[in-house]
Design a protein around this ligand. Sequence first.
Ligand SMILES: NC(=O)C1=CN([C@@H]2O[C@H](COP(=O)(O)OP(=O)(O)OC[C@H]3O[C@@H](n4cnc5c(N)ncnc54)[C@H](OP(=O)(O)O)[C@@H]3O)[C@@H](O)[C@H]2O)C=CC1
Ligand SMILES: N[C@@H](CC(=O)OP(=O)(O)O)C(=O)O
Length: 350
Amino acid sequence: MMKVGILGATGAVGQKFIRLLQGHPWFEIEALGASERSAGKKYKDAANWIEDVVLPEHIKDTIVKNCEPGEFSNVDFVFSGLDSSVAGDIEKAFAEAGIPVISNAKNYRQDPTVPLLIPEINPDHTDLIKTQSFSKDGKGWIVTNPNCVAVPLSLALKPLFDSFGIEALILTTMQAVSGAGYPGVASLDILGNVVPFISGEEPKVGPETRKLLSTLNEDSLSLPDFDVQATATRVPSINGHMISATVKLENPPADLEELKKAYQNYRNPVAELGLPFSPKALYNLHDNEYYPQPRLHADWENGMQLHLGRLRKADVFDVSFVAMAHNTIRGAAGGAILNAELLTKKGYLK
Ligand SMILES: NC(=O)C1=CN([C@@H]2O[C@H](COP(=O)(O)OP(=O)(O)OC[C@H]3O[C@@H](n4cnc5c(N)ncnc54)[C@H](OP(=O)(O)O)[C@@H]3O)[C@@H](O)[C@H]2O)C=CC1
Ligand SMILES: N[C@@H](CC(=O)OP(=O)(O)O)C(=O)O
């Protein structure tokens, strides 16, 4: 068993890590960290537990630590669910101290030496770790998972990108309230309502999607140059970010059957590795035109599946679809755990 620490353990994503790591066959929680507001307290007193399962007994009385590397000397690596206002400095300090960091925060996603990782899309990007110089002995490094919209979007685009090439896309997101953390969006803003803007969200979607779909040559990435126009909205669903997208392709398919085949024939590059958090079926192609729906489908395959619906030839551009995935599982903590599993199989974590 590897011993793991969780930075930002009291937050929405930190709590999801605690929940998802219960009974994990390879990783066990050794240490929990948060701000100085929480440090020194028992976890049950520091965190406002919002998961819909009982707070695990052995976590309740664990004393929360400050997020300082010296307090995490017993761990093999840390997951970070830190607020991005502090994640940059803290994650760097851990990597410099020789502790690998598997992060959810946005701070290092565009660093050219840091893998922005989705195992089913770009598992070879893990080799960028060798180009990092956080710690002299190479033991400390950072790997990030993408924004919770870039995750379902890139998964939905990958088979299209490989089969037909992408020229441009236009998308609108419908993002669940859990994406804003806790307490998040004020109830008077979101109940019975839609808010047509999420601060800072739209500019991340294009660059992260292009990095995920880039090719690793030697020790640097060569990025595709398709344009992305995103509109990010907040809707009153609890979990599951939905995206409506229309895509212009370089070589459009002849018909809908050829389009569907691109998904059906997509070879998941990590399918054979036996990673515990891998969904059995990566893509769920819904034929029912009323699906996918966040409330019905976000939890399928333990929240790790990508749901696709309304797949059709478009009137404007070439292809339209709706994509949906669980934002705090596939788009955050679950995605990070899957990343750690891949990094274990590849020998980066031991
Ligand atoms: N929610 C989502 O769907 C997704 C979130 N993310 C990213 O994950 C991260 C966490 O998000 P979320 O859980 O929603 O945020 P929360 O606000 O719920 O949690 C933030 C965490 O950071 C800790 N923290 C804040 N300030 C400090 C500090 N100065 N030193 C140490 N720890 C500190 C908090 O501790 P304390 O309780 O003591 O204040 C808390 O544990 C963010 O970077 C977010 O952008 C990524 C993908 C999806
Ligand atoms: N901004 C996302 C959640 C998030 O934290 O994104 P990022 O990890 O890119 O900061 C949302 O509101 O749904």
